[in-house]
Design a protein around this ligand. Structure first.
Ligand SMILES: [Zn+2]
Length: 465
């Protein structure tokens, strides 16, 4: 099985060759937890979950390590904590916010059918690693301390006569252009306008830790160094795949590469950089001010998580996605049919057409077309296996049906009772009564189908219209 992935750094689709097939390593930037996650946050969760499952399928479950961090040091978290828990000391309030939102996030992504990553490190548990990378960068001449801050110098990186990558290579930006385009009001402690923060002083009441570089006052890390530290701790100086949203390419991922490569004298941080596209809602950019800000939690009230998952995978991960109600309804209809047809069937092997589509840079729209193909060919066992590979069919057909009834307020026992009455009426050839019951069910939105079971005995099944 040859997996090909589009790599943002080389701007081409390349055959995936892991550094160590016994230990395939992937890092994905996780959320900053200060509120309910929105549907845009769900995109990398679902996309990289499919990749995680595919890698496990190829290399074996025990040979893939997936790390997705939780950012729990951030200004937005601090603001939120101060607002929601004004009576508490800030440190305690922050812990409350990150605990609460972390739990919400887990509940949401579980409902989306995403496997938990192998490790979910928190920034606050890796301050030691961050300090060590910072010390290495200072020693190597890539970073300097000034006014209780530590700054990274992209100029120093690009001036180094070595095999290091060029700063700007990932985002295809030239450092000269960045310098030319820099704002005029650059912070006074920066030597150059493009220098970015590795460490900064904490404001009073904010979480703080002993500083590196001999700085006397306590401080806290910048955002970019957090991911370099957690990736290093759990995946090593170099690993296979680094993923995240397209909005993270610059400056976040560019700075991660700079920090890690300069600290460990590596030419690469990750061998493949993968970025998922933007998400908009009903053809508009999602924003709180536009009032079209949709949380995963809100959607889960009306839709099973697997419907959201299928809806997300209908678009290729690199393309922008337009999240619409119409598309959601279509996804729900598709899944209802697949559940009825394949959920209770023992899986055989995932369809070759489905796996091949995924091997081609995670082409999920094509994989879904292949799923329809299996359905049309009445290959229930193949469809069952293929859907499971993609993270679907976590429930039985009855559970799925029951969830729909719950949503529409239908009483399944009452329906079964009416169907039994109708069967009895038919047995005594009282067709007026059996038709009356059928109409009564139709009025409730229940469609019945008469057929035969495996032994040829007549059987009546039902579904919601
Ligand atoms: Zn990151």
């Amino acid at each position: 099985m040859e997996l090909r992935l589009y790599d943002t750094l080389s701007r081409e689709k390349r055959t995936f060759v892991p550094l160590d097939a016994k230990n395939v390593r992937m890092y994905v930037c996780g959320p900053t937890v200060y509120d309910f996650a929105h549907i845009g946050n769900a995109r990398p969760v679902i996309v990289f979950d499919v990749l995680f499952r595919l890698l496990r399928h190829i290399y074996g479950e025990a040979h893939v390590k997936y790390v997705r961090n939780i950012t729990d040091v951030d200004d937005k978290i601090n603001d939120r904590a101060a607002r929601d828990f004004p009576g508490l000391p800030l440190n305690e309030a922050i812990r409350k916010v990150t605990e609460q939102t972390g739990k919400q996030f887990h509940a949401d992504v579980d409902a989306l059918g995403a496997l938990r990553p192998s490790v979910e490190p928190r920034a606050t548990e890796h301050i030691g690693e961050m300090r060590e990378i910072i010390e290495r960068l200072i020693k190597g001449g890539f970073a300097y301390a000034a006014e209780d801050h530590v700054l990274f110098s992209p100029q120093a990186m690009n001036a180094a006569n070595s095999t290091l990558p060029r700063y700007g290579a990932l985002s295809k930006r030239s450092l000269d252009e960045m310098i030319a385009g820099a704002r005029v009001d650059v912070a006074p402690y920066k030597k150059d306008s493009t220098d970015f923060v590795l460490w900064k002083p904490s404001k009073p009441g904010e979480p703080s830790w002993p500083s590196p570089a001999g700085i006397k006052t306590e401080g806290r890390p910048g955002w970019h160094i957090e991911c370099s530290a957690m990736a290093w701790k759990h995946l090593g100086e170099q690993f296979d795949i680094h993923g995240g949203g397209i909005d993270l390419v610059f400056p976040h991922h560019e700075n991660e590469v700079a920090q890690t490569c300069c600290a460990f004298h590596q030419q690469r941080m990750a061998n493949y950089w993968m970025h998922n596209g933007f998400l908009q809602v009903e053809s508009e950019k999602m924003s709180k001010s536009l009032g079209n800000f949709v949380t995963i939690r809100e959607l889960l009230v009306d839709w099973p998580g697997e419907v959201l998952r299928l809806n997300m995978l209908k678009t290729h991960y690199t393309s922008p996605i337009d999240w619409t109600m119409k598309s959601l309804e279509e996804s729900a209809r598709t899944l209802n049919d697949w559940y009825r047809f394949a959920a209770d069937v023992a899986p055989s092997k995932p369809g070759t057409s489905v796996v091949d589509a995924l091997l081609d840079d995670l082409n999920t729209p094509q994989a879904i077309a292949a799923l329809h193909g299996l359905r049309n060919a009445s290959d229930a066992a193949g469809l069952s296996a293929s859907l499971r590979l993609l993270g679907f069919l976590s429930e039985s057909a009855a559970q799925w049906q029951g969830r729909k009834q719950q949503a529409s307020g239908i009483d399944a026992a009452e329906i079964e009772r009416l169907i039994a009455e109708r069967t009895a009426a038919r047995a005594r050839k009282d067709f007026r009564e059996s038709d009356r019951i059928r109409d009564e069910l139709a009025a409730k939105g229940v469609v019945i189908k008469d057929g035969k079971d495996a032994d040829g005995k007549p059987v009546t099944t039902w579904e919601l219209a």
